[in-house]
Design a protein around this ligand. Structure first.
Ligand code: NAD
Length: 465
C-alpha cells in the first residue's frame, strides 16, 4: 500500500467523534502528506456551536507583483547540471515507513559562494557558523572582528586562513580577497548601514541582518550604494525561508480556511544587561520593536503578501528601570490591511518569553506557537467539520534557517537573481516602524502609502520553497 494512504488510514482510525473522510483529510492537509519529512496529526476536536461556514471569500491574487528593480550583477557562474542531481542510495526502509528526503546535493567547495562574516557575537558563533555544515552553496572564507584572540580561535575552529582575518580598521581590504564574494553583516543595528555601504564599495554582495538599519534614510543609502556598485543586497529575514511559516503563508493565500479577518501576534522576552548595545539608542535604533517586534511586523506582511495602510501604536517603559533610559520596553500596535485584515501586535523586553501568532479566518484558525525561534516551531490548525472543530498539528521537519537563507542568497549570486527579501523589503519595514513610533508620539493613527501590488517588495520565490 502507498505509504501516504497507509498513514492516512492510521490517522483516520480514530473514534468517530474525530473522524473525517479520507478526501477531506487529504484535501485539508494538502501537500503536507506528499513529503516524507512532513506530516499532520489530528490531535483533538472541540465541540462548537453550529455555525455557517462561508466559502464565498474574495479570491486573493497570489501572483508575485513586479520584482523591485535591482541592478544586474556579474554573469551567473556555470553550475554543471549533474551537480544538481542527488546521489541515489539503496533503499533501507519499508515503503510503509516515513521516507527520508532526497540525499543533499551540496556544490563542490570551489563552486560555493565565499562569505566574510562581520561581527563575532552570539548570532555568528551560536547559529551562523554552526549552520555552515548544512549549507549546499555557501562557505565561510573570512572573518572580521575587533577581538584578535577570539577571531584566531574561531578561525582555527572553522578552518579559515589567518590572512583572511580582518580587523574593523582593515575591513576595506576585503576588496582584494578574491575568495570573498559576499559579506554577511552581523553587527549592532546602528552599524549595518556603514558596513553595507563600505562592503558594496569593496565590490562584495551584502547579506545584512535584520533590522536593516536604524532609519529610512540609512536603508535608502544602503540600497543606493549597492545599486551603484552593481552588487546584490538581501536582508536576512530567516522566517521567510523556513517551512512552517511558508506553509502558513500558503494556507492563507490559498484561503484554506476562507478569508482571514484578524492576526494576533506577540514577540517578547525578558532582556537583561542594561550595558548591552541593545539598550543603546545609537547602536540599536530602538528597543523591543526593531529587535523582536519586527518579527511580528515582517511575518504578517509576508503571510498576507499585503502592505498595511494605517497603523496605531502605543509605547511604554517601566519608570526608573535602568534598561529603558534610551530605548523602549514595550510596543503594542494595530495595522489595517487593504483586504480588511486587522493585525494586533505586541512586543516587549520586559515579559517572559512568548513568540507566537494566530491567524483567524472564516472557517478555521492557524496557530504558530512558537513561531519565531531558531528551532522547534509548531504549526497547529483548527477547522470546522460539521458540529466539531478539528485540531491538527502539522509535523514539519525543521530546516536550518541560516543555511537556508544563506543558500538562497548564494543562489541569487550564482544565478544572477533578485533575492526574495531584497533591501526594499527591509526599507518597507523601517517605514512602518517609524509610523508606529510617530503614532505613539502623536497619539493618533498614521496613514501609510497604499500599495496594491501583492508581495510588492519581494523578489522571485526561493527555489527551495
Ligand atoms: P552580539 O552583541 O552578540 O554581537 C555583536 C557583535 O558586534 C559582537 O561581536 C561585538 O563585539 C561586535 N561589535 C562591533 N562593534 C561594536 C560596538 N560598537 N558595540 C557593540 N558591539 C560591537 O549581537 P547579536 O545578537 O549577534 O546581534 C547582531 C545582529 O544580528 C543584530 O543586528 C541583531 O538584530 C541580529 N540578530 C538576528 C537574529 C536572527 O534571528 N536573524 C538573532 C539575533 C540577532
Amino acid at each position: 500500500m502507498n505509504p501516504i494512504n497507509r498513514f492516512v488510514d492510521l490517522l483516520l482510525d480514530q473514534p468517530s467523534a474525530t473522524r473525517v473522510s479520507r478526501q477531506d483529510f487529504l484535501q485539508f492537509t494538502g501537500r503536507t502528506l506528499a513529503v516524507g519529512a512532513i506530516g499532520s496529526t489530528l490531535v483533538g476536536c472541540e465541540k462548537k456551536p453550529e455555525t455557517t461556514a462561508s466559502s464565498s471569500a474574495e479570491t486573493m491574487n497570489t501572483s508575485n507583483g513586479p520584482v523591485p528593480k535591482l541592478p544586474a550583477t556579474s554573469p551567473p557562474a556555470e553550475v554543471p547540471s549533474d551537480q544538481q542531481k542527488s546521489i541515489e542510495l539503496e533503499p533501507i526502509k519499508a515503503k510503509t515507513e516515513q521516507q527520508e528526503g532526497d540525499t543533499p546535493t551540496p556544490l563542490p567547495e570551489d563552486q560555493r559562494v565565499g562569505y566574510a562574516l562581520v561581527g563575532l557575537g552570539h548570532l555568528t558563533l551560536n547559529q551562523i557558523l554552526p549552520a555552515i555544515v548544512s549549507c549546499k552553496k555557501s562557505k565561510v572564507v573570512a572573518l572580521v572582528s575587533g577581538s584578535p584572540e577570539k577571531m584566531k580561535k574561531v578561525a582555527e575552529q572553522y578552518g579559515i586562513k589567518k590572512e583572511s582575518c580582518y580587523s574593523y580598521e582593515d575591513y576595506d581590504k576585503l576588496k582584494d580577497n578574491k575568495e570573498v564574494q559576499a559579506i554577511f553583516i552581523v553587527l549592532p543595528n546602528g552599524m549595518h548601514a556603514e558596513y553595507t555601504i563600505r562592503g558594496a564599495q569593496a565590490g562584495k554582495h551584502i547579506l545584512c541582518e535584520k533590522p536593516m538599519a536604524n532609519s529610512v534614510a540609512e536603508c535608502e543609502a544602503m540600497i543606493d550604494a549597492c545599486k551603484k556598485a552593481d552588487r546584490k543586497l538581501m536582508v536576512a529575514y530567516r522566517i521567510q525561508y523556513e517551512p512552517h511559516n511558508r506553509m502558513v503563508r500558503e494556507m492563507v493565500q490559498k484561503e484554506q480556511f476562507g478569508k482571514v479577518k484578524s492576526i494576533i501576534a506577540n514577540n517578547g522576552q525578558n532582556s537583561d544587561n542594561p550595558k548591552h548595545w541593545r539598550f543603546n539608542k545609537a547602536l540599536a535604533g530602538g528597543g523591543s520593536l526593531p529587535d523582536v517586534g519586527l518579527y511580528c511586523l515582517n511575518t504578517i506582511r509576508y503571510v498576507l503578501g499585503e502592505e498595511p495602510t494605517e497603523v496605531v501604536g502605543y509605547v511604554h517603559s517601566t519608570p526608573n528601570d535602568p534598561r529603558f533610559k534610551e530605548v523602549e520596553e514595550q510596543v503594542n500596535w494595530l495595522m489595517k490591511f487593504p483586504s480588511g485584515v486587522q493585525a494586533s501586535c505586541a512586543t516587549s523586553y520586559g515579559h517572559h518569553d512568548d513568540k507566537s501568532y494566530r491567524v483567524l479566518a472564516d472557517t478555521g484558525w492557524i496557530k504558530m506557537d512558537p513561531a519565531f525561534p531558531y528551532t522547534g516551531l509548531k504549526l497547529e490548525t483548527s477547522q470546522a467539520q460539521g458540529k466539531d472543530n478539528q485540531i491538527i498539528q502539522h509535523n514539519i521537519a525543521d530546516k536550518d534557517h541560516f543555511a537556508t537563507e544563506m543558500d538562497h542568497f548564494s543562489e541569487c549570486i550564482l544565478e544572477n537573481k533578485v533575492p526574495f527579501t531584497p533591501g526594499e523589503e527591509g526599507l518597507q519595514d523601517q517605514k512602518i516602524m517609524e509610523a508606529i513610533y510617530q503614532s505613539a508620539r502623536e497619539g493618533k493613527p498614521v496613514k501609510l502609502t497604499t500599495i496594491d501590488k501583492k508581495d510588492a517588495f519581494r523578489g522571485p520565490e526561493p527555489k527551495e520553497s
